[in-house]
Ligand binder design. Sequence first.
Ligand SMILES: O=C(CO)[C@H](O)[C@H](O)COP(=O)(O)O
Length: 229
Amino acid sequence: MKTTGGSDGAKRRAGESAAALVEPGMTVGLGTGSTAAHAIRRLGERVADGLDIEGVPTSFDSRQRARDAGIPLRALEDVDTIDLAIDGADQVADFALVKGGGAAHAREKLVDTAAERFVVVVDSSKQADVLSHPVPVEVLPVAHSVVAGTVRDAGGEPSLRRADRKDGPVVTDNGNLVLDCEFGDIAEPTALARTLSEMPGVVEHGLFVGSADEVHVGTDSGVRVLERE
Ligand SMILES: O=C(CO)[C@H](O)[C@H](O)COP(=O)(O)O
């Protein structure tokens, strides 16, 4: 798993803080990434102590982690309600997020948006006044050149995500490709999200606007909890 952002201790504190919100009987969305992994590990410990929950993974990686942690799982297609989702982010500004550093944002958006309560877990290096992180855009493989052109027309600079340990592109859990799209400062994330969603060939993009209810920010000494009013 790629790791970005701040210290592992800060990520652990954020993940464990969110895991403490889970109550018996809940169906819990399990996010992807190194911070969400701490929440999954902690939930596994609570399950071993008798907590009765079901997890809904957002990726191959989070499913493997949850299995290893001993969390009973349900597939996304078998679930109609999710009580609480815990997921990481690449950048957070005023409850708007850029996600998809692990190329899992399509399923993450399904799970996180469906959840009654969506709790974001980050370390403080992910906080910003204005979003500026490149936006991952998952595209149908045949569409990557066309979408790259459309992104340029919209003022972005796309770059096909390449795999580290393989020649060629990253292929998502859904069999698609990812364009990381640089837009500079994103002053109006809602408008950009709509523009990206309307592009033919786009499966899902990593701008999450209006879905996060809480952000648990891990620091070197504790956790700051931000709640949306
Ligand atoms: O969106 C994601 C995966 O698609 C991750 O949640 C995001 O990349 C943050 O990861 P990490 O906690 O490892 O920094």
